[in-house]
Design a protein around this ligand. Structure first.
Ligand code: THU
Length: 159
């Protein structure tokens, strides 16, 4: 019985090392944190998605007293992008998080399982890997595809 190891490829860098395009996307994600509605967790998350038509679509977490009814920033942004620009392909998503004082997390936060599943569907739907930029003040991770974040993914091929 062989033991198999999976490895996840990602790039580790600082804000200054990003391209100007990626910096703008990160700044949009940071700005989007300000639109979070997070009265329960006090944890504000912003996401910004660059589409291949040049648009940048932003979203933030929107919580609810009935906790599971709320949604994460990534799904807010992706569903809005898909609803407003169904013909445009999502190319890159940037994600940032801060507390209610506006202090950004030192290290990147990574999308929850449900968001990974939703972001994966975008790759499959648009036949285009979705780059992911996870922002932290001290370091940034860049992944070339959602598949790296979701090994053994469930998709329609199983249905
Ligand atoms: N949250 C996001 O919006 N994105 C993530 O990647 C992780 C968690 C939100 C959900 C909830 O509103 C708050 O952060 C605390 O979990």
């Amino acid at each position: 019985m062989p033991d198999i190891q999976l490895t996840i490829p990602y790039t580790h860098c600082t804000f200054e090392e990003l391209s100007s395009e990626d910096r703008i996307l990160v700044e949009k994600a940071q700005d989007a944190c300000k639109t979070a509605y997070a009265p329960y967790s006090h944890f504000c998350v912003g996401a910004a998605i660059a589409l291949n038509n040049g648009e940048i679509i932003c979203g933030s977490n929107q919580e609810n007293a009935a906790y599971p009814s709320g949604t994460c920033a990534e799904r807010c942004a992706m569903f809005y992008a898909n609803a407003q620009h169904p013909q445009a392909t999502p190319i890159t998503i940037a994600i940032a998080a801060c507390n209610t004082a506006g202090d950004f997390s030192s290290f990147p936060i990574t999308p929850c399982g449900a968001c990974r599943q939703v972001l994966l569907e975008s790759e499959i739907r648009y036949k285009q890997p979705l780059r992911i930029i996870l922002y932290g003040v001290k370091s940034i991770y860049i992944l070339k595809s959602v598949r790296s974040l979701l090994p053994f993914q469930f998709d329609s091929s199983a249905l």
